[in-house]
Design a protein around this ligand. Structure first.
Ligand code: ADP
Ligand code: MG
Length: 230
């Protein structure tokens, strides 16, 4: 009998709106969603439907107006910025559309930089960065600067940086948004491999249908609401 999976994130009755020039935009409308530890969740929907807003409130980058976000047993919907930054540092990795690598650092230095400040020795930091680069099959590019890598390679380094601290959850926002179809397949397959090998919970938001096949749970959104969960 398979072991029942723990709940990783529970979103309960979450709402969020933005006010801009007198107009109110309802970005999240009565969102309820349960994500189990080890799930690979794809959140899909058209541009502007609230995907990034949902990712931001689940990952402690932003706060909802109402409702609860239970992250690994703790309600973070009303947490202080100190508490949220600690949670992000200890339990979360991020991969964004634009890679967000530091231009003046090499691939391995970009990954090592995430581990500072730390009590680890510089040798241990290097070893962990090398292991993460190996996980994304990028060890041979470790001394390349971002300008010396393709978009797909930069995103693999960004993924190595996201997993180097062994987070419980990796959040991806349009991770293949700037990539060609082949590179999209490579990065999504690597996310899947890491999901299976380390049981890292993956939550990827995308407007592209081609990404859905990598998930075991597909959440569709429209106009700030969840319209289906499969
Ligand atoms: P998606 O990621 O699905 O494209 P977002 O979550 O970024 O959608 O945005 C949801 C809606 O909220 C959109 O209509 C967007 O224009 C609006 N929005 C997002 N961020 C802000 C903001 N900081 N201020 C005002 N409106 C915003
Ligand atoms: Mg978005």
């Amino acid at each position: 009998m398979p072991v029942a999976k723990d709940t990783m994130i529970e979103v309960i009755d979450v709402n969020k709106e933005y006010r801009r020039a007198g107009a109110i935009i309802r970005a999240l409308v009565d969102i309820n969603l349960t994500i189990k530890s080890g799930d690979f969740v794809i959140i899909q929907g058209p541009t502007g439907c609230g995907k990034s807003t949902l990712l931001n409130v689940m990952s402690g980058l932003d706060l909802p107006d109402s409702g609860k976000i239970i992250f690994d047993g703790e309600n973070i919907a009303r947490a202080t910025e100190d508490r949220l930054s600690k949670l992000r540092r200890q339990k979360v990795g991020f991969v964004f559309q634009d890679f967000n690598l530091i231009k003046t650092l090499t691939a391995i230095e970009n990954i090592e930089a995430l581990l500072w400040p730390t009590v680890l020795s510089s040798k241990e930091i290097e070893n962990r960065a090398i292991a993460a680069l190996r996980d994304v099959e990028m060890l041979e590019r470790k001394d390349h600067f971002p300008v010396e890598m393709s978009g797909g390679e930069k995103q693999r380094v960004a993924l190595a940086r996201a997993i180097v601290s062994k987070p419980r959850v990796v959040f991806g926002d349009e991770v293949s948004g700037n990539l060609d179809p082949d590179s999209e397949n490579v990065i999504m397959s690597l996310l899947k491999k890491i999901n299976e090998e380390y049981e890292t919970t993956m939550i990827v938001v995308t407007h592209r249908d081609s990404v859905a096949k990598f998930g075991n749970k597909i959440v569709k959104m429209d106009k700030g609401a969840i319209v289906s969960i499969k």
